[in-house]
Design a protein around this ligand. Structure first.
Ligand code: IMP
Ligand code: MG
Length: 181
């Protein structure tokens, strides 16, 4: 069986660089939400690793909730359909919500989550934090409030991001070799 990293064309962000950037983001988040009722809403599965590292750098009495969505269904192109895996929305009434996800690509996932939260509950505010933002024109007018890194419009894996559910456990973010897609 080939090693996991054989499928990586180039590494974009190593673990140390990611964590240093998370320190900066966490400082901004801590300052913005000090004295407010904060819920971090991690988007599973891709946002899991990022959220875990980020929230441990935010020394506030926050709550953690998770939301499980799927939009890709195994290909490298967004399907355009976003499905929620659970029926109930976390209890976020009267709370400030920071959605934490892996990547802002087409924006469909984050747009659908934001709509659902505002339709099903009464959050005081909803902001978005992503590890990666792809530089491209998006069909949905979604912007992230906190972004760790901007990247080119390439398919990346690692640090939570997958291709067909693989590579999430790589400690870095890298571009997947085209012959593996
Ligand atoms: P959206 O197109 O912004 O809705 O992104 C939907 C989801 O597609 C993201 O949450 C990721 O899980 C996945 N995705 C988008 N681009 C990439 C990528 O380059 N690598 C791995 N997953 C991606
Ligand atoms: Mg995802």
């Amino acid at each position: 069986m080939p090693a996991l990293e054989d499928a990586i064309e180039k590494i974009l962000f190593r673990e140390a660089e990611i964590l240093a950037r998370l320190d900066e983001l966490a400082r901004r988040i801590t300052a913005e939400y000090a004295g407010k009722e904060l819920t971090i809403l991690a988007v599973l599965n891709g946002g899991l690793v990022f959220a875990a590292d980020l929230l441990r750098r935010v020394p506030l009495p926050l709550k953690l909730d998770c939301i499980s969505v799927a939009s890709y269904h195994g290909s490298t192109e967004s399907s355009g359909r976003v499905t929620f895996d659970q029926v109930s929305t976390p209890d976020i009434d009267d709370r400030h919500v920071l959605i934490v996800d892996d990547i802002l690509d087409t924006g469909r996932t984050l747009d659908a989550i934001r709509r659902k939260l505002n339709a099903d509950a009464r959050p005081l505010s909803v902001q978005i934090c992503v590890l990666l933002r792809k530089i491209k024109t998006r069909p949905e007018p979604v912007e992230a409030d906190y972004i760790a890194f901007d990247i080119a419009d390439e398919f990346v894996v690692g640090y939570g991001l997958d291709y067909q559910e693989k590579y999430r456990n790589l400690p870095y973010v890298g571009v997947l070799r085209k012959d593996r897609i």
